[in-house]
Design a protein around this ligand. Structure first.
Ligand SMILES: Nc1ncnc2c1ncn2[C@@H]1O[C@H](COP(=O)(O)OP(=O)(O)O)[C@@H](O)[C@H]1O
Ligand SMILES: [Mg+2]
Length: 228
């Protein structure tokens, strides 16, 4: 059975009297250990879709089953447990705390989980090693390049051992060469650790690192393209 399955998902935003149909009936399913891309022009609904997949937001209608559970019938507590236990998030702007070291940033999700300090440090060092930053653990974000900052953010998303990583324009703030190295890292995490990855991008080259691309337009999926 698929890791996640969306059926006829819509999302309507109300801005005063104006209704914005951000998602207009999205149906898709993604298997465990898949690596897929979502591509489309600005405003086509990519971030809205990713936020719903990540249980950061709820759809206006439709059904969403994640890991065999119906998301629309979850309480807020269930939603945050689901997010914290099985999903890692990576963003275009890295979202690191500037007053903490790389290690301190990676430790954060473990602090929320109440993991003791020694164990936290060990797990965080291990995650930083997976992204190739074992020699930068005490550096602060301003002392790291953009690509290195994104690696720290990826280590932070990995440290809780999530089944699923959701990345919204993960290479959007990086030059193309650095972006490529982040894509190689995703491929490695997908192939070697079996992490399911869903990435949003508007760059066709970046989308090809996934095994398939969902093309979006006006809140709908226009077509699904397989990459060989
Ligand atoms: N919080 C919000 N309130 C109102 N409209 C929104 C909100 N978030 C997104 N939208 C609108 O929904 C549509 C899809 O947005 P978004 O998912 O951010 O697109 P993308 O990530 O593809 O650029 C856009 O028309 C956008 O203006
Ligand atoms: Mg977006």
């Amino acid at each position: 059975m698929a890791l996640l399955e969306l059926q006829n998902i819509t999302k309507v935003y109300h801005l005063g009297d104006v209704e914005v149909n951000a998602l207009a009936g999205i149906s898709l399913s993604i298997e465990e250990k898949e690596y897929v891309s979502i591509m489309g022009p600005s405003g086509s609904g990519k971030s809205t879709l990713l936020n719903i997949i990540g249980c950061l937001d709820l759809p206006s209608s439709g059904t969403y089953r994640l890991n065999h559970k119906h998301v629309e019938s979850m309480s807020d507590a269930d939603l945050s447990i689901t997010r914290n236990s099985m999903i890692g998030f990576v963003f275009q702007g890295f979202h690191l705390l500037s007053n903490l070291s790389a290690l301190g940033n990676v430790e954060l999700p473990l602090i929320y989980r109440g993991i003791p300090s020694n164990q936290r440090k060990d797990l965080s060092k291990e995650a930083l090693k997976k992204v190739g930053l074992e020699d930068r653990t005490m550096h602060h974000p301003t002392q790291l390049s953009g690509g290195q900052q994104q690696r720290v953010a990826i280590a932070r998303s990995l440290v809780t051992n999530p089944k699923l990583i959701l990345a919204d324009e993960p290479t959007g703030a990086l030059d193309s060469h650095t972006g490529e190295s982040i894509m190689h890292l995703f491929q490695e995490l997908n192939e070697e650790l079996g992490v399911t990855i869903i990435q949003v991008t508007h760059d066709a080259k970046v989308s090809e690192y996934g095994k398939k691309t969902f093309h979006m337009m006006d809140g709908k999926i226009l077509k699904v393209e397989a990459h060989i």
